[in-house]
Design a protein around this ligand. Structure first.
Ligand code: EPU
Length: 438
């Protein structure tokens, strides 16, 4: 059996929903548990297939990974200390590459498969490798694996800025490796994402000495040992935004609870400019859009800019808003695989290089669509919520990677959405796209 998401749009959503723990904070923090000499307990770990995949990688690397249903996860290093993260797992999820820095720092050698192609466009890891080389690692590529080796890493001055801004997981890898380097490491051009700040806070609780996380320059003073700790993962700002957009696109009224509003500043600014009614009360944000919204141009940039991970969902909103707008993505200039599927739903979009022009006021009509990656699936769900008639979305496995029970939570808010099982035929079987986006 395989499944489809069936969505019958046109229903305004109403009610409250609580945001899950952040996927992109949980993954590098789980990987960083390799550095700890004592057990680590994480709270608010989202129940996602990407988290399960990294759990498998860490088990292969000799960690005992114990995951409870209440979002708690305990990670403890066992006696055996393997150093190879195999391709069969890394190809399922790019974020597995986050084990490289911790393995190198803690075990002196790391063999991690080079992540392959990706639906978001070309995604090199040169900055990760350049940073680890600057710390004194000897790095070579052998049969598709990165082999990094160092008896003792040494502090250095490293720049993580690439042609599209700082690298997020590259900053995470170097930050983890530098915790054990002799002397001080200065990371210039560091990613400022809240997920990096959460990782740094976790490492500090383990005993690391880190200053400046959340700014473009991070200083790490190396230590000899890291202990264990308990840490609560921050709320997922991308999931929170997707839920707010679900309220706006259906012209309903939705309260998303458990948010850190500052993490959503760029999105909230754009929503307010589009005419959404927003009420922020502590950790809760309520969105209403009783009248139509204006299509607002946005440019995806590294944090604190508008997130690339929200660009496709914003396109869905723009398609049903009034007027014309331009969406640019400076982080992943070729992240446009959702566009063709949006066109099938009736959106009017013109794509030129790294920018898309969206002509609003499109009457969307449900139809069969195929998602190509995690955020594209979220965008198609949003568009389907605003469309007339049923949409059948294939590629639901992408959603499972980054959204906890999305359809159940949207259904609680009143949407007509259901996961349906179908018997695979040769045609449906070939539609299961194998890809990797995180
Ligand atoms: N880049 C390089 N060289 C490198 C690394 C990156 O040129 O060595 C380029 C990339 O090609 C891209 C830009 O730098 O153009 C930014 O890439 P980055 O390395 O920051 O992306 P990432 O760390 O691989 C994380 C998130 C992505 C999110 C991006 C951008 C995780 C696990 N993944 O990826 O999340 O889109 O940052 O914010 O944190 C998602 O959740 O759907 C997702 C794709």
């Amino acid at each position: 059996m395989t499944d489809r998401l069936r969505i019958i749009g046109g229903v305004p959503l109403h009610g409250s929903v609580t945001v899950s723990g952040s996927k992109n904070a949980a993954l590098p923090i789980m990987a960083a548990a390799i550095l700890a000499d004592e057990p680590v307990t994480l709270d608010n770990v989202p129940n996602l297939s990407d988290v399960a995949t990294l759990g498998e990688v860490l088990s292969v690397l000799g960690l005992d990974v114990d995951r409870c249903n209440d979002g708690r996860m305990r990670l403890a290093t066992l006696n055996s200390r393997p150093t190879t993260a195999p391709y069969r797992l890394v190809r399922r999820m790019r974020a597995s590459f986050c084990v490289l820095g911790p393995l190198l720092a803690r075990r002196g050698i790391a063999r991690v498969a080079l992540p392959g192609g990706c639906n978001l466009g070309h995604r090199p890891v040169d900055l990760h490798l350049r940073g680890l080389t600057a710390l004194g690692a000897d790095i070579r590529l052998n049969r598709g694996n990165v082999i990094a080796q160092a008896k003792q890493l040494r502090g250095a001055r490293i720049n993580m800025l690439g042609p599209h801004g700082p690298t997020v997981t590259g900053t995470a890898n170097v930050l983890c490796a530098a915790t054990f380097a002799r002397g001080t490491t200065i990371i210039d051009g560091a990613a400022r994402e809240p997920e990096i700040v959460d990782l740094a806070e976790f490492l500090v609780k383990l005993g690391a000495r880190i200053e400046g996380a959340g700014t473009p320059t991070i200083a790490v003073h190396g230590v000899d040992q890291l202990g264990g700790t308990t840490h609560r993962i921050i709320p997922d700002r991308i999931e929170a935004t997707t839920l707010l957009l679900a309220g706006a696109i259906t012209r309903g009224c939705v309260c998303v609870q458990g948010i850190v509003p500052q993490h959503l500043s760029a999105v909230l600014e754009a929503l307010a400019a589009a005419g959404a009614e927003l009420k922020i009360a502590g950790k809760n944000i309520t969105i209403g859009a009783s009248t139509g919204l204006r299509a607002m141009s946005v440019t995806a940039r590294p944090y604190p800019g508008f997130p690339s991970d929200v660009q496709s969902q914003w396109m869905a909103l723009a398609a049903v808003s009034t007027g014309r707008c331009v969406i640019r993505d400076e982080v992943f200039p070729h992240r446009w695989r959702h566009v063709a599927e949006m066109l099938r739903l009736g959106a009017r979009i013109q794509l030129q290089g790294s920018e898309a022009t969206i002509y609003g006021d499109s009457p969307l009509r449900g139809c069969p669509v195929t998602s190509s990656d995690l955020r594209a699936s979220a965008a198609l769900v949003l568009a389907a919520l605003a469309a007339q008639g049923p949409t059948y979305m294939r590629g639901t496995h992408h959603l499972n990677r980054g959204y906890v029970d999305l359809e159940k939570r949207l259904a609680k808010l009143g949407s007509n959405i259901e996961r349906i099982q179908i018997t695979p035929t040769p045609e449906t079987h070939s539609a299961v796209v194998d890809s990797c986006s995180t």
